[in-house]
Design a protein around this ligand. Structure first.
Ligand code: MTE
Ligand code: MO
Length: 398
């Protein structure tokens, strides 16, 4: 009996150390994959791979609850051991709350889209707040531990720790963190070396330098418009394209009686209208009360005289990569707009300027940025995100 009891006592700290190890490893992987998903510069570099990283992030997130559940079985005993160590007790509570918060908000984001943007907005906000609370703590904990740890005594360690010590682990964490923050800037810098000063000058501007600048109508300002709330997260699956009067053209062709090609001067001269709407990304963020000024898609299609056999409106981005489509019936909705101004300002380059589509009643992946071509076709076309598993009909629920 006594023997068994002793063995159990030795086993307990080991069990805790193992749980701590798994928790640290999983949190580190979640932090890194999460940062990759969050950062706009990585989005441009990752393109396609973003889908896989997101999958990985979700799967690791699901697994990350296991060490927590396993710990809960030992929590009472551990709690008693920590008598007189209030800081360690607080640390345990904070880590448990963070992991639970991440987990629950993550599951809501992943599985509860059908409950509409309200729920997703709240879940994403919670997910972000937990990150901005948890990340500094995670870094602080890693750094102070790294400073205090004795040099590894490899011959005394067992198992994995023999060749990969805690210190090695912490070094990997810090190294990977640095790499994640520095690599995109480095790649961009190398990319820019290959291009002339002209490109760099244009590319650094926040807006495209197309002239004449579009003049906002009165309705783009208050009381009708001009009051968006929330902030856009800039998404692109390529490096940001840039346009000047020389390389920008807008085309409508395919199954139409009167194909249209307009240069910038002709395009800004078209009659515009104003429309106020909410903008929802399927990943959980929204921007409310946007004032878009531009040409209703419907009017452009009428001008081009769509042929009877056309069924689908294919939308092309000037980034030469991104496309999406609407059925002709969907494209007939009055609020779809080929937008030039947002809240009375030219649409910034990173938000799809000079011209982007806005489809208010659908998730924003239908709202093609840098729109410069509309083709009328007979067969279906599955767009960039549709090919990667998102709904072809992207109606916003709720
Ligand atoms: N060309 C292009 N258009 C695009 C995207 C893109 O990556 N490239 N992302 C879509 C998605 S998923 C969203 S949520 C919105 C984001 O718009 P924003 O970058 O202006 O915030 O643009 C949509 N249109
Ligand atoms: Mo999106």
């Amino acid at each position: 009996m006594t023997n068994g009891r002793q063995e159990k006592d030795n086993g307990f700290p080991k069990r805790l150390a193992l749980l701590h190890y798994w928790n640290a490893l999983l949190v580190a992987l979640l932090v890194f994959s999460g940062l990759l998903l969050f950062s706009s510069s990585w989005k441009e570099l990752l393109g396609e791979a973003k889908i896989w990283i997101k999958w990985l992030h979700i799967m690791i997130g699901l697994v990350s609850i296991l060490p927590v559940l396993a710990y809960l079985g030992s929590a009472v005993r551990h709690w008693q051991l920590l008598k007189g160590k209030p800081w360690q007790r607080l640390h345990i509570i904070v880590v448990l709350l963070l992991v639970m918060g991440w987990f629950i908000s993550g599951v809501l984001l992943w599985q509860f889209q059908a409950m509409g943007p309200g729920v997703s907005n709240a879940a994403l906000l919670a997910h972000d707040v937990f990150v901005w609370l948890g990340l500094p703590l995670f870094l602080y904990h890693s750094l102070t531990k790294l400073g205090r740890l004795k040099e590894p005594r490899r011959h005394q360690s067992q198992g994995f720790g023999r060749f990969y010590t805690r210190k090695d682990f912490l070094r990997t964490v810090i190294g990977a963190g640095l790499a994640i923050s520095v690599v995109p800037a480095l790649i961009k810098w190398i990319g820019d070396l290959g291009s002339g000063p002209e490109f760099q000058a244009v590319n650094k501007e926040g807006t495209n330098q197309l002239l004449p600048a579009p003049q906002p109508s009165a309705d783009s300002a208050p009381p009708v418009g001009g009051g968006a709330s929330g902030s856009f997260r800039s998404y692109s699956v390529t490096r940001l394209p840039f346009f000047t009067n020389d390389n920008w053209l807008f085309t409508i062709n395919g199954l139409v009686e009167k194909p249209i090609t307009l240069n910038w001067e002709e395009f800004v001269a078209l009659k515009r209208s104003v429309q106020v709407s909410n903008f929802h990304c399927v990943t959980g963020w929204s921007v409310y009360n946007n004032t878009w000024e531009g040409i209703p898609l419907k009017e452009l299609l009428e001008k081009a005289e769509v042929k009877a056999e056309a069924r689908v409106v294919k939308l092309y981005s000037g980034d030469s990569m991104y496309t999406d489509s609407l059925t002709l019936q969907q494209a007939d909705m009055d609020d779809i707009i080929v937008a030039v101004l947002h809240d009375g300002q030219p649409i910034p380059k990173d938000l799809g300027g000079p011209v982007r589509l806005i489809v208010p009643q659908m998730y924003a992946y239908k709202s093609v940025k840098w729109l410069n071509r509309i083709e009328l076709i007979e067969e279906d076309h599955i767009g960039y995100w549709g090919q990667r598993g998102y709904e072809q009909d992207a109606w916003v629920q709720g």
